[in-house]
Design a protein around this ligand. Structure first.
Ligand code: SAM
Length: 273
């Protein structure tokens, strides 16, 4: 089998190629996409603002980040969304920087950081392309972002290149859209992919020469499934019009209430300075 290559022709490990291939398999079939009344992808502010995210002050990823943070230290939150990961570290963090591809979510991050009374800055752009414009920090956090990133090697390398002390990654053990795969069967009669998974990311890290500490923990599942903002996000992901909202809400309510496995992984890179 030929060695997989990136678009710029560089060779890529099996784990990196597997990661990208599995993510590509989530593409919505053209005939369904053509019927979508609204863009199916996106991160609504009502779902991703920090106060709407699961509040887990003692989660393994927060504990790992706090352990490495000096009093008043700096945090860089990549794919910050509304900033749940960084703002959950104030204090001891004395300065937080959010990087995100969504200007709307960055505005929420800025407002909530100001309300928390912490020094903050925001960088609008796509990581790792924007990384050269972003200063290093004591701790780099990246929560629930990697399943959006096909070219994961440079993304992870730039996280490590910006961390003076520690990189802390948090993700679900399974791709988050696996939870609503039964709804694709119900509404469109199609199967959705199973991967990638956190284990696939660990294979990627291994190929990149990174051996993180890994802690897995369950949190209750579907606690937000009746929230109108969540229902609306799932309805749009399913390429269905607003008129089908009640059906989507009913289908979500019927899903089994299983816990969600969260995987925290962290490592201390050689240093960014
Ligand atoms: C699922 S949300 C998670 C937000 C936040 N970290 C949290 O845990 O609540 C994913 C976020 O990553 C951002 N994102 C995805 N890929 C990105 C990239 N390559 N560069 C910058 N932001 C990215 C999205 O805009 C979105 O805000």
């Amino acid at each position: 089998m030929p060695t997989p290559t990136t678009t710029d022709g560089a060779s890529r490990s099996d784990a990196l190629a597997r990661w990208a291939e599995q993510l590509a398999a989530w593409a919505i079939p053209e005939e369904i996409l053509a019927r979508a009344p609204e863009p199916p992808w996106g991160f609504p502010a009502a779902v991703f603002r920090a106060s709407a995210r699961p509040q887990e002050p003692d989660s393994p990823s927060r504990a790992a980040a706090r352990e490495a943070l000096p009093a008043g230290g700096s945090v860089l939150d990549v794919g910050c969304g509304g900033g749940a990961a960084a703002l959950g570290l104030v204090p001891p963090a004395g300065q937080v920087t959010g990087v995100d591809a969504s200007a709307d979510l960055l505005a929420l991050f800025a407002a909530d950081a100001a309300a928390a009374g912490v020094a903050h800055s925001e960088v609008h752009g796509t990581w790792p392309g924007i990384a050269p414009a972003v200063p290093a920090a004591d701790v780099v956090v990246c929560a629930h972002v990697v399943y959006n990133v096909a070219d994961i090697g440079p993304f992870v390398a730039a996280l490590a290149g910006h961390a003076r002390r520690r990189v802390v990654l948090e993700m679900t053990a399974r791709h988050p859209l696996c939870a609503t795969a039964p709804l694709w069967q119900r509404f469109w009669d199609i199967d959705r992919p199973q991967g990638p998974s956190a284990d696939d990311l660990l294979d990627v890290l291994s190929d990149l020469g990174v051996t993180p500490t890994v802690v897995r923990a369950n949190r209750p599942g579907h606690r937000d499934r009746t929230d109108p903002a969540h229902v609306s996000m799932v309805r749009r992901q399913l390429c269905l019009p607003a008129s089908r909202g009640a059906e989507v809400a009913a289908a979500l309510a019927e899903l089994p209430d299983r816990p969600v496995e969260i995987v925290a992984m962290w490592w201390d890179p050689a240093g960014a300075d």
